[in-house]
Ligand binder design. Structure first.
Ligand code: AMP
Length: 400
């Protein structure tokens, strides 16, 4: 079975084309600057990158170009659209109703349109991607939602202590994000340890530009650091994570800021960038800290402090801890961050093999815990696209 996985952003569209029978990515690429001018980068396994400027007025044109390239004589991997069995779409938000990966029919599309308000940056481009694919292909379009992994959370973990009306009338609650990544690495962790997820208490740390931490008890997500929108929990590249909500009211009521300005601050001007004034990229921050920049070092300490707090509180919630997983840009690549997080955590049973951690090869699944560590510390490269392809293949097979 061949599956095309699409991740639509407002001006970009990433894709991967999977041969599921042989567990292979045959081609992948990225359309950028959609709606501005347009450029596509396409990579076929075993061939040099293909990069071309193209007139990408919208997502329709981008999808058409992707399909043309997949069928191209030189850079293509199929000879006709019949060789695509289904399309999987990454959708950041499934709202209250779309709680698991689903085939997107008219009803689901209508529901997604109705929740655009609560994920204005992410849901509208996903809808555009789905509509464009439906126009061009007559195969199942599957939505895989970042929020659906959290459908198992108990109400006391997702209801905010606000007037209950706000939940009932406006669906204001903790949803959680990066669920596809957390689900993937938690299942890989169990495989790596040769255990069933049902026998494990896992904390998964997805640390990238956007970051979230999730508690997975007996295979089910029981809590997560991101909330109503993808801005809660720990400090991120440009997002603040958790702050006392009174601070935002103070900015508006006492400092006279416009709500839009405040939104801009918490999403685009905070986090590593806000604290350091240097960069939102952890590598730049590390370099600045090494060169003696005190605020860069402070930002790193805030991040480590936040991650430790979540690991500790989630261990308490689950009444124990068996595994900590690090994933995404920082989690996979920053050995020093992993070491800081795991230092002085022996009371919880976390002991890292610092040498193994520092010398761990990039892009591989690796156990970096000390031989006698009660809690396993694992580095697992995330693969959301593969998880989406798996769900899509399963639903498409059921649909036949
Ligand atoms: P992501 O959003 O998953 O792509 O992660 C982006 C973050 O990962 C940025 O803060 C990068 O600085 C960080 N990152 C990527 N590669 C490395 C690396 N080799 N060492 C340290 N941090 C890295």
């Amino acid at each position: 079975m061949n599956i095309l996985v699409i991740n639509s952003g407002s001006s970009s569209l990433k894709y991967q084309f999977f041969d599921m029978d042989n567990n292979k990515v045959l081609a992948k690429g990225n359309c950028e600057r959609i709606g501005i001018d347009g450029v596509i980068t396409h990579k076929k396994d075993g061939k040099e990158d293909y990069k071309k400027e193209a007139d990408l007025k919208g997502h329709d044109e981008a999808i058409q170009l992707v399909l043309d390239l997949l069928m191209d004589k030189e850079y293509g991997v199929i000879s006709s659209l019949d060789e695509i069995d289904a399309v999987g779409h990454r959708i950041a938000h499934g709202g209250e109703k779309l709680r698991q990966s689903s085939i997107i029919g008219d009803e689901e599309l209508k529901y997604l349109e109705s929740i655009q308000m609560i994920a204005p940056l992410h849901v509208p481009p996903a809808i555009k991607g789905i509509v464009a694919c439906k126009k061009l292909m007559d195969v199942p379009q599957v939505g895989v939602f970042d929020t659906s992994f959290y459908s198992t959370m108990e109400d006391y973990a997702y209801i905010y202590p606000l007037p209950y009306d706000l939940y009932e009338k406006h669906q204001i609650r903790r949803y959680g994000f990066h669920g596809t990544s957390h689900r993937y690495v938690a299942s890989r962790a169990a495989k790596m340890l040769g255990k069933d997820m049902k026998d494990l208490k896992i904390v998964t740390c997805h640390l990238g530009n956007g970051s979230s931490i999730t508690a997975v008890n007996q295979g089910k997500a029981v809590d997560t650091s991101m909330g109503f929108m993808p801005n809660d929990g720990i400090l991120m590249g440009t997002r603040c994570g958790a702050v006392d909500p009174s601070v935002l009211m103070y900015l508006i009521n006492s400092l006279g800021m416009d709500p839009k300005e405040v939104e801009d601050i918490i999403n685009k001007k905070s986090g590593l960038l806000g604290v350091t004034g240097v960069s939102s990229d952890a590598r730049d921050v590390r370099e600045a800290a090494e060169n003696g920049d005190a605020r860069a070092r402070l930002a790193e300490k805030i991040l480590v402090h936040g991650i430790k707090k979540f690991i500790g509180s989630y261990a308490a919630e689950m009444n124990g801890l068996d595994v900590v997983v690090f994933t995404a840009g920082l989690g996979e690549n920053s050995a020093i961050l992993r070491e800081w997080v795991c230092t002085d955590m022996d009371f919880l049973g976390i002991q890292m093999d610092n040498d193994k951690n520092a010398n761990s090869p990039r892009g591989q699944e690796i156990d970096v815990s000390a031989a006698d560590s009660k809690v396993k510390v694992l580095v697992i490269p995330t693969n959301e696209e593969y998880m989406i392809a798996l769900d899509t293949a399963e639903l498409a097979a059921q649909d036949k």
